[in-house]
Design a protein around this ligand. Structure first.
Ligand SMILES: [Zn+2]
Length: 135
């Protein structure tokens, strides 16, 4: 078995020495071509259960995926440009930067999952929940 450097999710480009991180969420099982974020070289590789089983071997465009993140060997140059690396994976695909207000739980019970005004409160409790009605 090869050493860690040659079987991990970390792909060091043989041309420009940029370290490409193949994020585990999308590369755990992968067979295809990755484009180096540093120089744009295309590398074919195969990962099985998070372990690189073949590659990197030089290949031709088009690539299948971009790395999740990349940086130089001295850690000074960080590549986060989303034309060169994948945008970060969000917990929710529909996330827009703000929480989505909810007034009912998944079981249909009233919940206070949104902004309230002072007049909506009785003490610190939402009035509609105190009164047992829908918002
Ligand atoms: Zn490169």
């Amino acid at each position: 078995m090869a050493d860690f450097k040659h079987c991990s999710l970390i792909l060091e480009c043989a041309k420009c020495e940029i370290i490409n991180y193949l994020d585990p969420f999308t590369f755990w099982f992968f067979e295809g071509k990755v484009k180096c974020a540093g120089c744009g070289a295309i590398w074919a590789l195969k990962l099985d259960n998070g372990v690189r089983v073949s590659g990197p071997t030089e290949a031709k465009a088009p690539h299948d995926k971009l790395p999740g993140y990349a940086q130089s060997k001295d850690y000074k140059t960080k590549i986060t440009d989303t034309t060169k690396v994948n945008p970060p994976v969000m917990a929710r695909a529909d996330f827009v930067g703000k929480p989505i207000p909810i007034r009912k739980s998944i079981r249909g019970k009233p919940v206070s999952g949104g902004p309230l005004k002072p007049e909506d409160l009785v003490g610190s409790r939402p009035r509609f929940i105190m009164e047992g009605r829908d918002y």
